[in-house]
Design a protein around this ligand. Structure first.
Ligand SMILES: [Cu+2]
Length: 579
């Protein structure tokens, strides 16, 4: 067929670029230019390589700057955009013929594209200081007290509605100061609870999002837990570490949920502070990142003369900042890579490690994928913070919100409102817009499926102001023009090392695919969130995405999957389960 066409003699623009767009915006697939190449007799010329450039000006044309004509003589550009405000035309060139597009006006980015934006506070009738995103896309949250001072009851909130009207989900134990995380099957494990301050209950509560109810009659733990951390392991078992029991004694022995009951890991006796910041590592062990100066490994299956379980450490696991990072935040922002940021500053904090008089702005990272891992400094935040929250964003950056720069346990005078984000590619922090409410001790942050971040709560403990509200943060990526859209997944549940199909009209524009595990947050730590960049190949109208090879890299459960373009603009998230 192509042999019938003569040399290219005529080129026309059959679909013009957008009449206006934002600086650096990746134009949507519906306004990417199409050109048609024909020979002198009007016969379509296939296989002609068409290049594009700007006719004038100092701006930069971005994206893939060539396209090849198909059988019908048309060539569709994939991901063009222009960096640099102004008005431009594109020139399409093949052989020695060219065509010029209509004008494209490139508008400067709004300030929010650099700083993001906060919505005004939204009222709750409780302080949502324990908060989890469920696989149903609803949010389960509870505080210490009801407005009338009785025991706090969970609320099941649909983010499309007003939180003050969220229905109560009754539970028979006080879940304040429990530990919680999403389980492999999408239910929420809640370990321990509140007898009174510093005295924990030994109860197990599991919330089933499918039935919107609590599972009754579960076995109890050996010890009460007040301020424990609960982590879902690579094989779906769940381990509860630390906290205080009903006699206010620090619980030394972790317990593991396996076969629907708790088993004590008596070989792993260790004094750890409240809400240890811990993660499943690529070696399958649990990595305790802090707040103690020395990080540690927990092996839940090894058996020693002391019984099952063992803690170990090594020289590189000692933090560079030589003080407790109490109420700092930690995130595993990519498999095996942990950021520990801020914390410290309470001279009365009860551990044997050295204590600083003011919180730190410093941040450290560790890569657990290598042998002999060690902490390294990354750049410090612009503000000292404790009681900060750290949230993994769809673009791979880590958002830090709230906290206080002041020394002492919870220094309201030092409340920090300016948010910051850390880019793992550069190690740099960027100052973002500030929220309006002091959110310090008992504050939370949670990534929502649409890519916004809920920052809420604070207080609800004696002596500190109650903040029964949240504010939504719109990250800068929501102000950089049209977002890619993720139409569908070929399946709702995937296995490890599996390749599945993700349908998106932006397939030709996607440069990253990332999933982030659903969050479950309290006390400046999310025990459930973690992220993986996923490998993929581009097809026509779809991507073939490959899941991590093992639960050690991505513990089983539900993740929000996002696709991103080369301008780091993410789609909204779709929930997928890996098991
Ligand atoms: Cu508390």
């Amino acid at each position: 067929m192509s042999a019938l066409a003569g040399p290219a003699a005529r080129i026309t623009v059959s679909r013009q670029p957008p009449s206006s767009a934002l600086d650096r915006e990746v134009w949507g697939p519906g306004v990417q230019p199409i050109v048609v190449v024909k020979d002198a007799a009007g016969v379509a010329v296939p296989g002609a390589v068409v290049t594009v450039r700007l006719t004038s000006g100092t701006a930069t044309l971005q994206g893939t700057l060539s396209a090849t004509t198909r059988t019908n003589g048309s060539a569709t550009f994939a991901d063009l955009g222009i960096a640099g405000p102004g008005t431009y035309s594109l020139s399409f060139l093949t052989s020695s013929i060219s065509a010029t597009s209509s004008a494209v006006k490139i508008n400067p980015l709004p300030p929010e594209a650099a700083t993001g934006k906060w919505d005004p506070p939204v009222a709750w009738d409780i302080v949502p200081l324990h908060i989890s995103l469920l696989p149903t896309r609803k949010v389960l949250a509870w505080g210490k007290f009801e407005p009338n001072g009785t025991m706090g009851m969970p609320r099941l909130w649909d983010p499309a509605t007003a939180p003050s009207s969220a229905p109560m989900v009754r539970v028979d134990t006080m879940l304040f100061c429990s530990g919680h995380t999403l389980m492999a099957d999408g239910r929420l494990m809640v370990s321990g609870g509140h007898k009174q301050d510093t005295r924990g209950l030994d109860v197990t509560n599991i919330f089933d999002p499918a039935t919107q109810s609590w599972v009754p009659g579960l076995p109890k733990m050996a010890k009460g837990r007040w301020y424990p951390t609960v982590t879902t392991l690579a094989d779906g078992r769940v381990v509860t570490v630390a906290g205080r029991d009903v006699t206010s004694t620090v619980v030394l022995i972790p317990e593991i949920w396996e076969g629907n009951r708790w088993v004590r890991l008596t070989g792993a006796s260790l004094t750890l502070p409240y809400y240890p910041r811990q993660f499943v590592a690529p070696n399958g062990r649990l990595f305790y990142a802090g707040e103690r100066v020395k990080a540690r490994w927990l092996d839940v299956d090894v058996v020693t003369t002391n019984g099952r379980g063992r803690w170990t450490s090594s020289a590189g696991l000692t933090h560079l900042w030589p003080y407790n990072r109490d109420y700092g935040a930690a995130v595993m922002y990519e498999a095996g890579k942990v950021l520990y940021v801020g914390g410290g500053g309470d001279p009365k904090w009860s551990t044997t490690d050295p204590k600083a008089s003011a919180p730190t702005a410093t941040a450290e990272t560790i890569n657990l994928n290598v042998t002999g891992p060690h902490w390294s400094n990354t750049t410090p935040m612009h503000f000292r913070r404790r009681h900060l929250n750290a949230t993994i964003l769809p673009d791979g950056q880590v958002l830090v919100t709230g906290g206080t720069s002041g020394g002492g346990f919870n220094n309201l005078a030092g409340a920090v409102h300016v948010a910051e984000s850390w880019d793992p590619r550069t190690g740099q922090w960027t100052e973002l817009a500030g929220n309006s409410v002091d959110r310090v001790y008992h504050s939370v942050s949670l990534l929502l499926p649409d890519g916004r971040v809920l920052h809420g709560a604070s207080g609800d403990a004696s002596g500190y102001p109650r903040q029964p509200s949240h504010e939504l943060f719109h990250p800068p990526y929501l102000y950089r023009g049209v977002r890619p859209s993720l139409a569908s997944l070929s399946k709702a549940a995937v296995t490890y090392g599996e390749t599945f199909t993700l349908t998106t009209p932006n397939a030709a524009q996607i440069t990253q695919v990332r999933w982030i595990r659903l969050g479950s947050v309290t006390h400046a730590f999310d025990a459930s969130q973690r992220a993986n960049a996923l490998k993929f190949t581009r097809g026509s109208g779809n991507l073939r995405v490959t899941t991590p090879t093992t639960g050690r890299l991505a513990p089983p459960g539900h993740y929000l999957i996002f696709v991103l373009n080369r301008n780091d603009v993410p789609s909204a998230g779709t929930i997928v389960q890996v098991k």
